[in-house]
Design a protein around this ligand. Sequence first.
Ligand SMILES: Nc1ncnc2[nH]cnc12
Ligand SMILES: [Zn+2]
Length: 315
Amino acid sequence: MYDWLNALPKAELHLHIEGSLEPELLFALAERNKIALPWNDVEALRSAYAFNNLQEFLDLYYAGANVLRHEQDFYDLTWAYLLKCKEQNVIHTEPFFDPQTHTDRGIPFEVVLRGIKQALVDGEKQLGISHGLILSFLRHLPEEEAFKTLEQAMPFRDAFIAVGLDSSEMGHPPSKFQRVFDKARSEGCLTVAHAGEEGPPEYIWEALDLLKIQRIDHGVRAIEDERLMQRIIDEQIPLTVCPLSNTKLCVFDDMRKHNILQMLERGVKVTVNSDDPAYFGGYVTENFAALHDSLGMTQEQAKRLAQNSLDARLV
Ligand SMILES: Nc1ncnc2[nH]cnc12
Ligand SMILES: [Zn+2]
């Protein structure tokens, strides 16, 4: 089944490029950039990948990103991810990048963007993988900081297709960023947002009504609100679901309790994605395989999920 799932043509619509930083590359970049790490070796780092919630993961994810300093580092990170896409027949990808994770450490915005974008452009030419890059704001930081980031991004407007919203969800509702998203849309950006990962269904309503998003990232808690479910089904609003992430971050305590197939059968446009594959134990194919192993996903369901990902592309 793994090989069959791997061979399915698919798009990945929810992937944080910083979350594809494998421990081996992290150590290699630390050595190249002469950065001391708090872990003795790759195995010690990997064994720290045990999380009880989103915040515990984010603390390690931001610490790991500290080894990314130069344009070439961002290029190498993105290229390694694209090679994985090639291996797993991901023919189109729409990665997020978190500029504030880097600009807050003194890395210029353009260093980050140039490295990632050049790899994506080379990936189109050399690997035949198309892309649309998404600039994601960190929601635990103030609105003002997001405005500054959008301003920094404007000279590079052609390099990305959309803005998104990620990081610590609880206590940081989409409404906090309504004005930033208004501005981004006025500049021609499409919009997506993480909502309903740990946060309540109200955050999904806000993301739809205030941020006017094209797609919901995660959205698994929509199932708690029947009126919201009806809207998502009627309007065929895509959900970018990340099964391994959801179990690693204890959104579901067991893959057998995941609601993705229940949503699929109700007519929700759900897709399968890896979120932060280096931290959660696998790329897109491993996510599909987990649904087969734990939920009995059939080949017919897998085909519909893969087709949804191709249909839900922003570009
Ligand atoms: N799953 C996730 N939720 C929120 N922010 C993130 N940043 C990276 N991965 C994330
Ligand atoms: Zn995410």
